[in-house]
Design a protein around this ligand. Structure first.
Ligand SMILES: [Cu+2]
Length: 68
């Protein structure tokens, strides 16, 4: 299991946090995620044998939150 965080832009409220978290959680291998609109950061816990940070970043970006 691996724990990592990355920065995104454009999150403004709790709804954005939920959208980002569900995008991250939908990636196979992601165990949990926590997004903070205040920090513009996303923390993810994932199984590194199933996915990688780049794939998770791309899934979030695809929902309209550009990487910072
Ligand atoms: Cu929002």
């Amino acid at each position: 299991m691996q724990n990592a965080s990355f920065k995104v832009t454009g999150m403004k409220c709790g709804g954005c946090e939920k959208t980002v978290q569900s995008a991250a959680d939908a990636v196979p291998g992601v165990m949990s995620s926590k997004a903070s609109s205040q920090d513009g950061s996303v923390q993810v816990e994932f199984d590194e044998t199933q996915t990688n940070l780049d794939a998770i970043k791309q899934a979030v970006q695809a929902k309209g939150y550009p990487l910072a």
